[in-house]
Design a protein around this ligand. Structure first.
Ligand code: SF4
Length: 371
C-alpha cells in the first residue's frame, strides 16, 4: 500500500501536519508518484485567507485529477474547520464532494489509525514473513501489533491489529535465509513475544526459537521488539535459556521502580525481570538492548535510582533513554505530569550514570510531538 503525501500548505503554528508526515514515513511506504498511490493524504491545508483557501483547493484538485480511481483520499488541517462559507467557496460541500475522508485538524491519530486499518484489513496473515538482509544479518518480520495495554503506549493503537505470519511460512523463511548463506537472524515485530497468539491462540515464539536452534546453518539469533511481560508470565525461560544461538534481546524495561512499573501497567516487577534475565543467561551469554522512559508522570529521583540499580544488575550494552511525551489519548495523561525541565533532568542523570558505566545510552523522544 503506497501513500502519497500532499504538499504542506499549513503555517508553522500547527504541529499536526509534521507529526502525521513523521508517522506516515515511519510506518508506511511513501511514493512521490500520485498515479501509484493507494492512499493520498493532505496533512497540512490552510484556510487563513481566501487566497490560501483557493490555493489549497486548486492544489488538491490538481492532485485528485491524477490519482487512480481506487485511491482513497484524506484531508485534514485548517481547511476542515467548520467555518462560515468563504466568499469564494463552499468549502465544506466541496470537500464532501471531492475527498473520501475529512479528518478534523485536531485528530491526527484518527487519521493514522484509519490508514493503519486500511493497510491491514485486506492483508492475509501469510503476507508477513518477509525478510531483508543487511550487513550479513537477516531481519525476519513475523508479527505486527500488540495486545498489551501499557498506559503510555501510542504504538498499540496505531499499529493494531495483532497479525502474525503463519508458523510454517516463518519456518520456510528461516530455511531460505540459511540457504542464502546468512548466519544471523533477527526476528522482528511490534511485540514478537505475542507472535502466534492471533492465529494459533498460543505463544509461538518459543517454538520458533526451538526451530531455529535446530537449523544447522544459522548460528546466531536476535529478538527485536521483545515484551518481557508476555515472556515472564508465559514462561519462555526454559527455551530461551537452552538456546545456544539466541544472543541478543531488544526490548523495553521502561523503569526499574515497581511503583512506576505498576502505573505503566508493564505487567512485571523489577524482581521478576531480573530473575527472568538471570535464568535465561544461565547457560549461554545474552546481550540486552533496552529502552527506558525518563520522566514518566510522578517519577522521582528515587525511582530513577531504582531503575539505575536494575540496569546495573542486568548490565545491557545499550539503553535508549526515551523522554516521556504526553498525549491526551493515553491513560498516563491522567497522572500529574513532570515539567519538561524535570524530564530533561532525569534523562540527563540516566545518561551521565550509564555513560560512566560505558553503556551506550542515547537520549530520544523530543524530535516529534504527540497530540
Ligand atoms: S508492550 Fe510495547 S507495544 Fe505493547 S502496549 Fe506495551 S509499550 Fe506498547
Amino acid at each position: 500500500m503506497k501513500i502519497f503525501i500532499g504538499e504542506m500548505m499549513s503555517c508553522n503554528l500547527n504541529y499536526q501536519p509534521e507529526y502525521i508526515v513523521y508517522q506516515l514515513e515511519d510506518n508506511f511506504e511513501i511514493t512521490t508518484m500520485v498515479e501509484d498511490a493507494d492512499i493520498i493524504v493532505f496533512p497540512g491545508t490552510c484556510s487563513c485567507t481566501n487566497e490560501n483557501i483557493s490555493y489549497s483547493i486548486e492544489y488538491i484538485s490538481s492532485i485528485l485529477k491524477r490519482k487512480k480511481t481506487s485511491a482513497k483520499t484524506y484531508v485534514t488541517g485548517c481547511l476542515t474547520r467548520k467555518f462560515k462559507k468563504s466568499e469564494l467557496f463552499d468549502i465544506e460541500n466541496w470537500l464532501e464532494a471531492n475527498v473520501d475522508f475529512i479528518i478534523p485538524q485536531n485528530s491526527p491519530n484518527l487519521l493514522l489509525k484509519m490508514i493503519s486499518e486500511e493497510k491491514f484489513k485486506n492483508i492475509e496473515k501469510d503476507d508477513f514473513g518477509a525478510w531483508i538482509a543487511y550487513q550479513n544479518e537477516a531481519y525476519l518480520y513475523i508479527s505486527n501489533g500488540c495486545l498489551n495495554n501499557c498506559t503510555f503506549c501510542k504504538t498499540t493503537f496505531q499499529k493494531l491489529p495483532l497479525k502474525s505470519v503463519d508458523f510454517n511460512k516463518a519456518k520456510l523463511a528461516v530455511n531460505e535465509i540459511a540457504m542464502n548463506g546468512i548466519k544471523k537472524i533477527n526476528l522482528v515485530g511490534t511485540n514478537i513475544s505475542q507472535y502466534g497468539l492471533d492465529i494459533n491462540g498460543t505463544y509461538m515464539l518459543p517454538k520458533l526459537i526451538e526451530y531455529i536452534e535446530n537449523v544447522y546453518d544459522i548460528s546466531e539469533l536476535g529478538l527485536i521488539g521483545f515484551a518481557f511481560k508476555d515472556a515472564i508470565n508465559n514462561d519462555f525461560s526454559f527455551v530461551m535459556q537452552n538456546s545456544s544461538k539466541l544472543n541478543l534481546i531488544s526490548g523495553s524495561l521502561e523503569s526499574g521502580s515497581d511503583r512506576i512499573l505498576n502505573l505503566m501497567r508493564k505487567g512485571f516487577t523489577s524482581e521478576e525481570i531480573i530473575q527472568f534475565i538471570e535464568t535465561i543467561r544461565k547457560k549461554y551469554p545474552k546481550d540486552f538492548l533496552l529502552s527506558i522512559i525518563a520522566g514518566f508522570p510522578t517519577e522521582e529521583i528515587e525511582d530513577v535510582k531504582k531503575t539505575l540499580d536494575v540496569l546495573n544488575t542486568i548490565n545491557p550494552s545499550y539503553v535508549a533513554i526515551c523522554r516521556y511525551t504526553d498525549s491526551k489519548y493515553v491513560y498516563s495523561h491522567q497522572h500529574p505530569q513532570l515539567t519538561p525541565t524535570e524530564i530533561q533532568e532525569h534523562a540527563r542523570i540516566y545518561q551521565k550514570v550509564l555513560s560512566r558505566r560505558k553503556i551506550s545510552a542515547p537520549i530520544k523522544g523530543d524530535d516529534y510531538i504527540y497530540n
